[in-house]
Write a new protein. Structure first.
Length: 199
């Protein structure tokens, strides 16, 4: 009877498929660890290992929701970004996501690295939030690049409710729906002036 032989063949096919999928995942995770620059410390933190699920690969746009860093953004923020990016595209400007949603583990890793970089938690807090306070962890903040995109947003973003929040972070945008009618609220000089960052 050939029945068992068909079963064995089917099992082999399944095992090959699983092995291929695992191999693909390994490739995908190893290639994405080079992304997700830290606010301000961009460049220096390329090659950061671990927490690859939060890292957005170089060149990812606001439309690339196969990446959790993009897909896990607040839906209203993502809608506003996509509308703005579509209109900016008519001006020849492309929006790239340098960093979007971050897992709590990843945010804490960034904060620990900033502490060792700046020498104290107080100084690090000017640049990097903790997982408890970061708007990136809740999916309510996005770091946009390159310069042409942030320049476009600083001029037109309020029309979409997209506002720059911090004077020292021209790439960091959050949704402020009231801005569509009232304009964006005044910026904080840096995150230490943001009441949400008080721990
Ligand atoms: Zn940010």
């Amino acid at each position: 009877m050939t029945y068992p032989r068909i079963l064995v063949a089917g099992l082999l096919v399944a095992m090959v498929a699983i092995a291929a999928a695992l191999g693909y995942q390994l490739l995908a995770s190893s290639s994405s660890t080079a992304a997700s620059p830290l606010d301000v410390l961009r460049g220096e933190h390329r090659g950061l290992l671990g927490h690859a699920e939060s890292a957005v690969p170089d060149g990812a746009t606001v439309f690339d929701d196969e990446f959790p860093g993009v897909a896990n953004l607040d839906p209203d923020l993502l809608d506003a970004l996509r509308q703005a990016a579509t209109d900016a595209g008519d001006d020849g400007v492309e929006f790239l996501v340098d960093s979007g949603w971050r897992s709590a583990e990843y945010q804490n890793q960034l904060f620990r690295e900033a502490v060792s970089e700046y020498g104290s938690e107080e100084e690090a807090a000017r640049w990097v939030a903790t997982a408890e306070t970061s708007a990136h962890v809740s999916g309510d903040a996005v770091d946009i690049g390159p310069f042409a995109a942030t320049a476009w947003l600083s001029e037109h973003g309020a029309r979409y409710g997209l506002c720059r929040i911090y004077g020292n972070e021209p790439w960091h945008y959050e949704l402020r729906p009231d801005a569509i009618e009232q304009g964006c609220p005044p910026m904080y000089a840096d995150p230490t002036h943001d009441p949400r960052m008080q721990r």
